[in-house]
Write a new protein. Sequence first.
Length: 110
Amino acid sequence: MNPVNTTNSALHPALYSGLIRLHVLHHACEEPIFGLGMIEELARHGYKLSPGTLYPLLHGMERNGLLRASEEKHGKTSRKLYMATPAGRRALRVAKKRVKELFGELFEIK
């Protein structure tokens, strides 16, 4: 799989931003997520995001009520964990139906 570099304007990153948000929300519905872990997960799927791209995305999803953040401390260090809110879970359920319908059209799945 060729990685998607979201900074390459020829690839129209706006087309991928919704997919990245859905991917983040999907994982946040399954378990708590954190920034670096999501950067690594998204990289496995070909998305190359920097912290400067992902963290504003997470903060925006939190502001929009899709994610809720909490702080986890490990000795002297801490990190922010994100979980899907009930609104985020509902949004993902609706999005899954719409994505399935779209993919059916894109790939002519009956």
